[in-house]
Design a protein around this ligand. Structure first.
Ligand SMILES: *Cc1c(COP(=O)(O)O)cnc(C)c1O
Length: 389
């Protein structure tokens, strides 16, 4: 019912796959914990359920919600974003090539470089966010282009429609939509084949669950991804599915608030003498501001910046924060600060970090939905400490 295009995102997030329980009328999808399902005669599955690794009612409901909010037709929920990435990359065979960017999520870099390369996948990490340059790097062996946009931590924006239109046949385009979320962009509408998520971030939204998702409009791709998931077993628990689904219900009210708070902080940073440079695609100073405006309906609450006083100033800033917690991850209601050089991007060799701009004076903020005045005051006092040791 609600998973039709005539409903807006907020309605789909709250209703798609979530009809009241036919037996009890419960308006919240039940958490079904059973690991197995009674068969009415051999192979007589009720509603297709057989064994909980293969399929579970709570998970199926979440998958219907995920497909609906990404304007897809098929979705698979995973135990983590990393498991979702693995399932997509599993579509390839040894000798095939994947193209991605060097500033891809650190865990994705590690997985491709240290797990899949050994297995025989050719993994190329391009130091660009320019769609034409990415297309120019395609070879006969390329089977997958994997991108994130905006990227982490410098928030570069990549033109999804240009990549989708320009790649040759037989090259899949997958977009990790963790940062933008379907509240801001729907890669499938722009021509991508696959959308992946770490639901641990904005979809879950409360830093209390790990999850992942893969969404497509292609039954055959979905079938292969589901086969891999069932064979490998990287499934989320029913309780985790419940938490992700609950988070998704408020996505469309959280994202504008994240954006508004982040915009105010980015403006404060841009004016401040202790700050060398700000990276926020919502500001005209960002090199991809125009593309961001064209491609997205807003920007996520992520702000990165370089401090004028080098690593020592970054340390003093992070020590000085009181509301922002120094922690990995992002996209939760609470504000977090992160030091990408050793935290999220610690797995990337130093020379490459320098080349892509992950410098020792770089700080990344995941701006939460607290009161803007309190967040601004916290950043301001931490900047004062960073400037005056
Ligand atoms: C966190 C993250 C992942 C990995 O997700 P997990 O849920 O931590 O496994 C993948 N991509 C991006 C962009 C992320 O931020």
């Amino acid at each position: 019912m609600a998973d039709t295009p005539r409903h807006g995102l907020a309605t789909r997030a709250i209703h798609a796959g979530q009809e009241p329980d036919p037996r009890t009328g419960a308006v919240v999808v039940p958490i079904v914990t059973s690991s197995t399902f009674k068969q009415d005669g051999v192979g007589g599955f009720r509603d297709g359920f057989e064994y909980a690794r293969t399929g579970n009612p709570t998970r199926r409901s979440l998958e219907q919600t995920l497909a609906a909010i990404e304007n897809g037709t098929h979705a698979r929920a995973f135990a983590s974003g990393s498991a979702a990435t693995d399932a997509v990359v599993s579509l390839l065979s040894p000798g095939d090539e994947v193209l991605t960017t060097i500033d891809v999520y650190g865990g994705t870099y590690r997985y491709l470089e240290q797990v899949k390369a050994r297995w025989g996948l050719v993994c190329r990490f391009l130091a660009t966010s320019d769609a034409e340059e990415i297309l120019a790097a395609i070879t006969d062996r390329t089977r997958l282009i994997w991108i994130e946009t905006p990227t982490n931590p410098l928030l570069n924006v990549i033109d999804i429609a240009a990549l989708a239109a320009g790649r040759p046949e037989g090259v899949l385009l997958a977009v990790d939509n963790t940062f933008a979320t379907p509240a801001l962009q729907n890669p499938l509408d722009l021509g991508a084949d696959i959308v992946a998520h770490s639901a641990t971030k904005y979809l879950g939204g409360h830093s209390d669950v790990l999850g992942g998702a893969v969404i497509t409009r292609d039954a055959e791709l979905d079938e292969r991804i589901g086969f891999h998931q069932n064979a490998v077993g990287a499934v989320p628990s029913p309780f985790d599915c419940f938490l992700v689904q609950r988070g998704i219900k408020t996505l469309s009210v959280r994202m504008p608030r994240h954006e508004d708070n982040a915009r105010r902080i980015a403006s404060l940073l841009e004016e401040h003498p202790a700050v060398e440079r700000v990276f926020f695609p919502g500001l005209p100073s960002h090199p991809h501001h125009e593309l961001a405006r064209r491609q997205m309906r807003g920007v996520p609450g992520m702000v990165s910046f370089r401090l004028a006083g080098g690593r020592a100033a970054a340390d003093r800033f992070l020590d000085g924060l009181e509301l922002f917690a120094l922690a990995e991850s992002l996209g939760g209601v609470e504000s977090l600060a992160c030091y990408p050089y050793t935290m999220t991007h610690g797995a990337i060799p130093d020379a490459q970090k320098q080349a892509i701009g992950i410098t020792e004076n770089l700080v990344r903020l995941s701006v939460g939905i607290e009161d803007a005045a309190d967040l601004l005051a916290d950043v301001e006092q931490a900047l004062a400490r960073a400037a005056a040791p």
